[in-house]
Ligand binder design. Structure first.
Ligand code: 48F
Length: 256
């Protein structure tokens, strides 16, 4: 019995992994913008894998503001909440609140249900580039990285890579520093996130969501860090719209 249970897990997991060695879109980071982009792309028929370094996907959603597990969204996001079946409560001045745990779990389920493969505890540690284009990600188990074990990684090839790693914009930063490429930012480099300014941060997150190099896109706080946008805390409308926007940009670029 015990042997069979282990075999079932190994077989199913390796079927998933094998089938994800080449995807249309590799998304790095399962925060709100990455998860929303993943679902939209999968629903449009794209093969999508999400790599998340933590055990639990969901990024910065779970803890709401300072561990008060409620998040705030603008009323124009209500259609997206309804798309996911997420309950919300009206606040004042055009805002609604939602339970952070419900939002995180709905976005995760929404992506997986649409056909996205989420690989948790997997850290993307590098990019693959050919002929002036990003064409894949280099992965390893996050515990391997954290314990600084000297273990070589595996590679996933893709038509597009989305940096949804949040505040550090890890892949964009890596592409700039290691590969020395010129990003599509005002300076050609990572601009760095500006201090807290909620209103401005919300709109700039959507504006800053873009392709920064052929094959390489940024959403959410990664886009803000790359483009020098403002920080905005536990208000999430910008993250949702950023995910939708980047999915559209990627779809335009990778249409067969
Ligand atoms: O930061 P995060 O939630 O991404 P986001 O979509 O949303 C930001 C908001 O949550 C919040 C905010 C709202 O106003 O400001 O911060 O921009 O999630 C990023 C995810 O990426 C994972 C990380 O564990 C987190 O779950 N991640 C970061 N680096 C890597 C990674 C990496 N190298 N490989 C895999 N996952």
């Amino acid at each position: 019995m015990e042997e069979k249970i282990s075999k079932f897990i190994i077989k199913s997991f390796f079927e998933k992994l094998n089938d994800s060695l080449t995807v249309d879109v590799a998304i790095v980071g399962a925060g709100p913008s990455g998860l929303i982009a993943a679902k939209a792309l999968a629903e449009a028929g794209k093969k999508v894998a999400v790599f998340e370094s933590k055990l639990a996907p969901g990024g910065g959603i779970w803890g709401g503001g300072m561990l008060f597990n409620e998040i705030v969204l603008q009323e124009n996001i209500v259609p997206i909440l309804e798309e996911y079946g997420i309950a919300f409560r009206k606040a004042e001045d055009g805002y609604v609140t939602a339970d952070a745990v419900e939002v995180a779990s709905a976005l995760i389920y929404g992506a997986v249900h649409a056909g996205v493969r989420i690989f948790n505890t997997v850290r993307v540690e590098d990019l693959m580039m050919r002929d002036g284009k990003v064409c894949g990600v280099v992965i390893n188990w996050n515990p391997v990285a954290r314990l600084e074990m000297h273990v070589d990684p595996l590679v996933i090839t893709s038509k597009a890579v989305l940096d949804g790693t949040g505040h550090p914009s890890e892949l964009i930063s890596l592409a700039s520093s290691k590969a020395g490429i010129t990003l599509d930012t005002p300076t050609g480099k990572v601009m760095g996130e500006k201090p807290m300014w909620m209103e401005n941060g919300e709109s700039s997150t959507v504006m800053n969501t873009k392709r920064l190099y052929p094959g390489l896109y940024a959403s959410g706080m990664a886009a803000n860090n790359a483009m020098g946008g403002f920080r905005m805390g536990p208000i999430f409308g910008g993250m949702f719209l950023s995910g939708k926007k980047v999915a559209g940009l990627i779809m335009e670029d990778i249409q067969p």
